[in-house]
Design a protein around this ligand. Structure first.
Ligand SMILES: C[S@@+](CC[C@H](N)C(=O)[O-])C[C@H]1O[C@@H](n2cnc3c(N)ncnc32)[C@H](O)[C@@H]1O
Length: 266
């Protein structure tokens, strides 16, 4: 029998190390795709927002807290709210597991949320699409009373380039047109500072397809390659989505966009 070659073994495992410590060698999974995507989003978020250790941070529709958990060491206090009991319970478990002291998880509907605390940054990621226009306007009206002077509102939304579309029965939500999204914020005197991509829908779709072909998955889910391909595709998101819309004969051509707002109320 051949002798085991330790150099080759080491080489194999050095090559197959993953960012996710839970996977020790097998091909990357769809879960890892979400982790890679999250890293890209976080990078873009932090590039555009300087967090301070003195900040009170509010996240509405936080899910199981991927943003709040990463941001916790960079701010003073986080209030993280979601109306899904299961999502909030998962966040609570993660808070316990990681011994995080500065996140207050809240189980509530964001349209009913009231607090005495004032915030330096209010973040809404992937939640405005589940709220009707009148509810969103009312929420913004309330939220601006909870912003400190110079406080910032930061959102991440799926915004359709063309009209507002209702997405579907199983996944009921509205992808607003960028125009109507802006007009809602402007109605409450929020001024837009900037819009920028959170990640490429097209890249995400492509990588999900590739994930079903294991040998391609292994090559493409290499972190560097993933970042390079994503950053190329994200620059062409708009024309690619236009093409996608034509080919698929769909009315959805939403981009995932971050946007930053400041309130101009006296
Ligand atoms: C697409 S997930 C986004 C989760 C997280 N913010 C992220 O970016 O990964 C949407 C979340 O919004 C929550 N949500 C939807 N409508 C809500 C409402 N009215 N009040 C509070 N949470 C809501 C859902 O329960 C879900 O966890």
């Amino acid at each position: 029998m051949e002798k085991l070659d330790k150099t080759k073994i080491k080489k194999y495992w050095n090559k197959n190390v993953s960012d996710n410590y839970l996977r020790s060698g097998g091909p990357p999974t769809l879960e890892e795709l979400s982790i890679l995507r999250h890293k890209i989003e976080m990078k873009r978020f932090l590039k555009n927002m300087s967090l301070k250790k003195t900040f009170n941070f509010l996240e509405l529709g936080c899910g199981s807290g991927r943003y709040s958990i990463d941001i916790a060491p960079m701010v003073k206090k986080i209030v993280a709210l979601d109306f899904s009991k299961k999502q909030i319970n998962q966040l609570k478990q993660e808070i316990l597991r990681r011994k995080i002291k500065n996140i207050i998880p809240i189980y509530n509907d964001m349209t009913r949320f009231r607090t005495k605390i004032k915030f330096d940054l209010i973040f809404l990621s992937g939640v405005t699409q589940y709220i009707e226009d009148d509810e969103l306007i009312k929420s913004l009206r309330y939220l601006k009373t909870r912003l400190n002077p110079n406080g910032i509102m930061f959102t991440r939304d799926s915004l359709n380039s063309s009209d507002t579309v209702y997405v579907g029965e199983i996944y009921p939500c509205k992808y607003r047109s960028k125009k109507s999204f802006i007009s809602i914020f402007e109605e409450e005197r929020f001024e837009n500072i900037k819009f920028f991509s959170a990640y490429s829908f097209i890249a995400d779709g492509l990588f999900r397809k590739v994930a079903s072909i294991s040998f391609l998955r292994k090559i493409l889910f290499n972190q560097c390659l993933f970042y390079v391909i994503e950053s190329i595709l994200v620059s062409f998101d708009k024309p690619l989505l236009f093409l996608f819309k034509k080919v698929k004969r769909t009315n959805v051509d939403a981009q995932h966009l971050f946007s930053i707002w400041k309130n101009n109320e006296e």
